[in-house]
Design a protein around this ligand. Structure first.
Ligand code: AMP
Ligand code: ZN
Length: 114
């Protein structure tokens, strides 16, 4: 997707601190972390938001969740706990229009989010 910053990260046109990569997904450290551990997990294919998830492309979503425990283990937060957040659209403050899962941990997180 032209101009998409996360597609550029997938293509390695923009550097990132990658923590996990396979054929269909990528996980990398957020550039502006909101917790001691703040990683973004994205599908390599461009999906704009949750609103664009369909039966046809949803296999990668299952794969992201199936891989999340391995990523959390690698980051040292699997047992202490972590939060997975997806912002969708304007009211949620979605800033990057390429579907991404925030994985936050390494401290006690407050609830509810703002
Ligand atoms: P959201 O507000 O849910 O769209 O989240 C976008 C996230 O992407 C924010 O937490 C940003 O800090 C993060 N971000 C933006 N650009 C980069 C980048 N080049 N590398 C890593 N994280 C980024
Ligand atoms: Zn993209």
């Amino acid at each position: 997707m032209d101009g998409c910053i996360f597609c550029k990260i997938v293509d390695k046109q923009i550097p990132s601190r990658i923590v996990y990569e396979d054929d269909s997904i990528l996980a990398f450290h957020d550039i502006d972390p909101k917790a001691p551990v703040h990683v973004l997990v994205i599908p390599k294919q461009h999906i704009t938001s949750i609103n664009e998830v369909t039966q046809e492309n949803s296999q990668v979503i299952a794969h992201i969740f199936a891989t999340m425990p391995k990523i959390a283990q690698q980051l040292g937060i699997k047992d202490s706990g972590y939060r997975v957040v997806v912002n969708c659209g304007k009211d949620a403050g979605q800033a990057v229009n390429h579907l991404h899962y925030h994985v936050l941990g390494g401290r006690s997180l407050t609830w509810p989010p703002g």
